[in-house]
Design a protein around this ligand. Structure first.
Ligand SMILES: NC(=O)c1ccc[n+]([C@@H]2O[C@H](COP(=O)([O-])OP(=O)(O)OC[C@H]3O[C@@H](n4cnc5c(N)ncnc54)[C@H](O)[C@@H]3O)[C@@H](O)[C@H]2O)c1
Length: 255
């Protein structure tokens, strides 16, 4: 019970890595609010865990009014917000400039760029800005945001996603400096390739290449990222602030 008496908001917690984290946090004694837009999966998770431990709230993290209202509601319910897991994310992959036989075939569209920045980066700004004031007033907080190893090293076809994931590292380092004096830490988890619906959108050939580059020769499991979130949210990580923790089976050293 490493999170007994703690309260946690997990964005994008209805599926994949967020869902595994929500399950783990509830099992470790936390009261969890899952903010997501997939009502069916969110309500199924609430039903599975039980509303006294896990509440689903429909929230689009890119909508400031919805986020402010949900933060207020979570604080009114619990009286405090200890942990924020910024995990909601989307992909809109496209080559920056696609060329064939010397001809430019296509470019990443502004829509593809804006949609990803809006959810993956601006959404974290909006969500953390809504919750940090409660953490400051209570003199405690853990802010953990999901980047990716591609945010450190780049990836073909992901100008938008990589820009957002690198941006998350930047804003976390600012928050580590600005909020530390209030006993709030801000850290980043950078997963490698993890078996979720998100990687299901990647071409199987590319995924197989990533597996071959990974010394452990497999994809990660959502539960293996959940345990990294748990570590950073727990008292064991009380002096870790502004860090980027990679959990990638060694993909990066294998590259
Ligand atoms: N799967 C991987 O290999 C991998 C690797 C590195 C980083 N990540 C990151 O981990 C996080 C979780 O990814 P995943 O693989 O579990 O993806 P996933 O697609 O399985 O889950 C993402 C969740 O976010 C929710 N979501 C999307 N847009 C939202 C919005 N505007 N507001 C609220 N919720 C929203 C979705 O409904 C979904 O439940 C993402 O930030 C992703 O970029 C994933």
């Amino acid at each position: 019970m490493r999170l007994e008496n703690r309260t946690a908001i997990i964005t994008g917690g209805a599926n994949g890595i967020g869902r595994a984290t929500a399950r783990r946090f509830a099992a470790e004694g936390a009261r969890v609010a899952v903010w997501d837009m997939d009502d069916e999966a969110g309500l199924a998770l609430e039903h599975e865990i039980g509303p006294e431990h896990l509440l689903y709230t429909p929230v689009d993290v890119s909508d400031p009014d919805a986020v402010e209202a949900a933060a207020k509601q979570a604080h009114a319910t619990w009286g405090k917000i200890d942990i924020l897991i910024n995990n909601a994310g989307i992909l809109r992959d496209a080559q920056f400039i696609k060329v064939k036989d010397g001809e430019v075939l296509s470019r990443m569209t502004l829509k593809q760029f804006d949609e990803v920045i809006n959810v993956n980066l601006r959404g974290i700004f909006i969500t953390t800005r809504a919750i940090a004031p409660y953490m400051i007033r209570q003199g405690y907080g853990r802010i953990i945001s999901t980047s990716s190893i591609v945010g450190l090293y780049g990836n073909f076809g992901q100008t938008n996603y990589v820009a957002a994931k690198a941006g998350i590292i930047g804003l976390t380092r600012v928050w580590a400096r600005e909020l530390g004096r209030f006993n709030i830490t801000a850290n980043v988890v950078a997963p490698g390739f993890i078996e979720t619906d998100m990687v299901g959108q990647m071409p199987p050939k590319v995924l197989e290449m990533m597996v071959q580059r990974t010394p452990l020769k497999r994809l990660g499991k959502p539960e293996e990222i959940a345990s990294v979130f748990l570590f950073l949210a727990s008292d064991d990580a009380s002096f870790i602030n502004g860090a980027v923790l990679c959990a990638d089976g060694g993909t990066v050293v294998g590259t």
